[in-house]
Design a binder for this molecule. Structure first.
Ligand code: CTP
Length: 435
C-alpha cells in the first residue's frame, strides 16, 4: 500500500483545524462530540461528489472521530490524496501492491482496525464489486475482508442508479447487512440532469454514522413523541398550491435526535426533499388537515414537538381540474379559509401530552410574539426564531433560537440545526424526567 500526504501538509491541516476550533470557541458554538474515540475508515471512490468527501472528513473530525482515508485510483483523478491527507491529518492509502506499506499496516488490519467503514462517494462499479465479492484493488479488498459495519453513500447519474444491475446489487448489499444513506434527489453536478443519484450531504452522512455507532444513554426509552416537520401544501388545483417556506431540516433533525435518545418517534412530515430520519414511524402528508388527522390519530403520547410550518390558510373549494387562464378576464379569484391550528388543538386536547413544544417563526418582535403564542396555543415551551430573509435561517443549515417558557427566556447561540436538535432533545428528556 502507498501512503500519501507529507508531514508539513498534515501540520498545515492541523493548524487550520485548530483555527476553526478557536473560531467555534470564540463564537461559543457547541460542536457535537458524538464520535469521540471512533475510528472511521473512509473509502472514496471515483465520482465528482468526491469533493464533498473533503467536507465529510471535517464533519467527522469535528465530532471527534479519527478518519483514515482509502482512495481508489479513480478517486485520485477527482481529488488529490494531498488534499484528503491534509484534512484527515492521517496517511491516505491508495495502493494494494506496495510491499512496504502492506507489511506496515496491511489491508486486513485496515479492514478490521476501525469502528465503521463509510464509502462516500460509492460508485456503481464499487458497489457491483462488493455485491459480487470482487477484490482487485485496496478499497474492494478491504471491503471483502472487513467484519465492521459499512455505510454506503452512493453517487451516480440517475440512469445508472435506476439501472437493473445497480438495483440488483443494492438489494444484495442491503441483504448482506450494509447500511445506505441516499442517494438524494437533485441536480447532477456534471450533467445538470435531475433525479435520484446525488450523494447525501456530508452532515447527513455524519448523522447516519452517528446513528450507526450510537451507544449513548437512552433517557427517552419508552417515551412516545410526535414531531411535525416541513411545510404543508394546500392545493389550488391539481397543479398549483399554497405553501410556507420550510425545508423540514430542523424538524427532521429534532425527530432524529429524539430517536437517538431512545424515544419512539412518530414523525408527521409535509412534502420535503430531504430523506426520512431513522425513527419508529414516518407519516407523509400534504395538507394541514391531513397533518392534524395524522397527529390526533397518534395520541396519546408523552410529548409533541410541532415544528411544521403549517399554511395558515387553504383554498376553499380547490378546483379538481386545472384552472385555465381566460384571455382578458384576469386571474381566477381565490377564496381562502383558515386551516386548523394543530399545535393549539393538541395543547388544549383532552389527551394533551405532558410536554407540548411549539415553534414560532417571526420576522419581528420575536419574544413578544413567542410569549403570546405560548399562552394562546397551550404550549409548555416555544422555540422562537427570527426568520427574516437576511438571517438565512429558512432553508439554511443554521439556526439561532430563544426558548420561551412560562418562567423565563433562554437565548441559544447561533449553531447548526442538528446541534439545536440535540440540545432540544436533551431538554425534552430533562423536562419529561422531572415530571
Ligand atoms: N402551527 C400549527 N398549525 C397551524 C399553524 C401553526 O400546528 N395551523 C404550529 C407550528 O407548527 C408552530 C406554531 O404553531 O409550532 C407556530 O407557528 P407559526 O406559523 O409561527 O404561528 P401562527 O399560529 O401561524 O401565527 P402567525 O402566522 O400569526 O405568526
Amino acid at each position: 500500500m502507498k501512503k500519501n500526504g507529507s508531514t508539513s501538509n498534515c501540520a498545515e491541516a492541523m493548524k487550520s483545524l485548530a483555527l476553526q476550533a478557536d473560531f467555534a470557541k470564540s463564537q461559543r458554538i457547541a460542536l457535537p462530540m458524538s464520535l469521540v474515540g471512533k475510528r472511521i475508515l473512509l473509502i472514496i471512490s471515483a465520482g465528482i461528489a468526491a469533493y464533498k468527501s473533503l467536507d465529510l472528513i471535517r464533519r467527522l473530525r469535528e465530532r471527534g472521530a479519527k478518519v483514515v482515508p482509502v482512495m481508489t485510483a479513480g478517486a485520485c483523478e477527482f481529488v488529490t490524496p494531498l488534499a484528503v491527507g491534509a484534512l484527515s491529518a492521517t496517511p491516505v492509502y491508495t495502493n494494494l501492491f506496495s510491499r512496504e506499506d502492506e507489511q506496515d499496516v496491511g489491508h486486513i488490519r485496515l479492514a478490521r482496525d476501525c469502528d465503521l467503514i463509510i464509502i462516500a462517494p460509492a460508485t456503481a462499479d464499487l458497489m457491483a464489486k462488493m455485491a459480487n465479492g470482487l477484490a482487485d484493488d485496496l478499497a474492494s479488498t478491504v471491503l471483502l475482508a472487513t467484519d465492521r459495519p459499512v455505510l454506503i453513500a452512493p453517487a451516480m447519474n440517475p440512469k445508472m442508479w435506476a439501472a437493473k444491475p445497480t438495483s440488483r446489487n443494492v438489494a444484495q448489499l442491503r441483504a448482506d447487512g450494509h447500511a445506505f444513506i441516499g442517494p438524494m434527489r437533485g441536480e447532477m453536478a456534471e450533467s445538470g440532469e435531475a433525479g435520484l443519484g446525488r450523494m447525501a450531504e456530508p452532515l447527513e452522512i455524519a448523522a447516519a454514522a452517528e446513528a450507526l455507532l450510537d451507544d449513548g444513554p437512552k433517557p427517552l426509552a419508552g417515551k412516545k413523541i410526535i414531531v411535525t416537520s416541513g411545510p404543508t401544501h394546500e392545493p389550488i388545483d391539481p397543479v398549483r398550491y399554497i405553501a410556507n417556506r420550510s425545508s423540514g431540516r430542523q424538524g427532521h433533525a429534532i425527530a432524529d435526535a429524539l430517536a437517538r435518545l431512545g424515544a419512539d418517534v412518530v414523525l408527521v412530515s409535509g412534502p420535503v426533499t430531504i430523506p426520512d430520519p431513522k425513527v419508529a414511524k414516518v407519516v407523509h402528508v400534504e395538507r394541514a388537515e391531513e397533518m392534524r388527522d395524522a397527529v390526533l390519530t397518534e395520541l396519546p403520547a408523552d410529548a409533541a414537538v410541532m415544528v411544521a410550518a403549517v399554511a395558515d390558510w387553504r383554498v376553499e373549494g380547490a378546483s379538481p381540474e386545472k384552472i385555465k387562464k381566460q384571455e382578458g378576464e384576469g386571474p381566477a379569484p381565490l377564496r381562502l379559509t383558515e386551516n386548523p391550528d394543530i399545535l393549539k388543538t393538541v395543547g388544549h386536547h383532552a389527551q394533551r401530552p405532558k410536554l407540548v413544544i411549539g415553534f414560532a417563526a417571526e420576522t419581528q418582535d420575536v419574544e413578544k410574539n413567542g410569549k403570546a403564542k405560548l399562552a394562546r396555543k397551550g404550549a409548555d415551551l416555544i422555540v422562537a426564531n427570527d426568520v427574516s430573509p437576511e438571517t438565512g435561517i429558512m432553508g439554511g443549515t443554521r439556526n439561532r433560537v430563544k426558548i420561551i417558557a412560562k418562567d423565563g427566556i433562554t437565548d441559544w447561540p447561533d449553531m447548526e440545526k442538528e446541534v439545536v436538535a440535540e440540545k432540544l432533545a436533551a431538554l425534552v428528556a430533562e423536562r419529561l424526567s422531572a415530571q
